[in-house]
Design a protein around this ligand. Structure first.
Ligand code: IPE
Ligand code: IPE
Ligand code: MG
Length: 253
């Protein structure tokens, strides 16, 4: 048995998280430490996306949400942004046959209109081609930030109220959730951030209200399958209390 198989065998199949979100950080530092340019780190990071997607699908996780490019990332040097956009389009096209074979559905979250035409067309193609898939749902957050998303939701809700279609008295938490890009997707059970930073960087702020957080110093290109399963094992050891007491949670389980 390999180390990976051993770790997988320790997982409780009944308590696999439904939704795992990831902040894929550390590509630039990985490249620098190997004497490469930053963009080489992004290219290397694509293989981790491939592995993590396959393992999530194999383990029966229903939703995997990856932070691939933030609203703030538009402020990076033009060369790096151009390479990232090229890589995203190229990678999605290359991965499509395997995504289809594994029954993975691609969903795009973010201000996709800002993505350059060429990459955008490839993304739309992959999204449409996998729309019928019923296995893992892979949410790719592109040109995404949580404050952007919440601002858009507020605008939509305000229009509904102004048009008389929604009485402000009837606004509930569900009204907000239903107007976010993640409408219909259960909140993440587990959020993993690689790259050693202890911050959220404008990611899924509403949705992670009760998510379990896992931070690792591993840089994204070297985030291994073993460590992913380690994060899942760690998640399974935790008690999610949602504001209640430990005794209450034990009795409702
Ligand atoms: C994450 O790696 C990828 C993106 C933000 C697109 P970084 O590029 O942020 O890598 P570091 O944090 O500089 O090492
Ligand atoms: C967060 O990483 C965004 C993505 C992983 C796409 P950053 O590297 O942009 O985050 P900060 O700027 O260090 O907070
Ligand atoms: Mg970073």
């Amino acid at each position: 048995m390999t180390e990976l198989e051993l770790k997988i065998s320790q997982l409780d199949p009944e308590r696999i998280p439904v939704h795992v979100a990831m902040i894929m950080d550390g590509n630039g530092r990985w490249a620098k430490s190997h004497g490469y340019i930053r963009s080489d780190g992004h290219a290397e990071g694509v293989s981790t996306v491939h592995r993590v997607t396959k393992l999530s699908s194999d383990l029966g996780i229903k939703y995997l949400t990856l932070y691939a490019f933030s609203t703030e990332n538009w402020n990076r040097p033009k060369d790096e942004v151009d390479t990232l956009m090229y890589l995203i389009g190229w990678a999605i096209e290359r991965e499509l046959p395997e995504l289809l074979a594994n029954n993975v559905r691609i969903v795009l979250l973010g201000d996709i209109e800002r993505i350059p035409e060429d990459a955008r067309q490839r993304l739309f193609y992959a999204r449409n081609a996998t729309a019928h898939c019923t296995g893992l749902q892979l949410n790719m957050c592109l040109s995404y930030s949580s404050r952007w998303e919440i601002t858009e939701a507020v605008r939509k809700i305000a229009y509904l109220a102004a048009e008389g279609k929604l009485d402000p008295k009837d606004i509930t938490e569900n009204t907000i959730s239903d107007n976010l890009t993640t409408a219909g997707i259960p909140d993440p059970d587990l959020l993993i951030r690689t790259g050693g930073e202890y911050r959220i960087s404008n990611y899924l702020l509403w949705q992670i209200a009760y998510s379990e957080l896992y931070f690792t110093p591993a840089l994204w290109p070297e985030f291994s399958d073993e460590e992913y399963v380690e994060a899942l094992l760690d998640f399974q050891k935790r008690e999610r209390r949602f504001g209640m007491t430990s005794d209450q949670v034990k009795h409702t389980n």
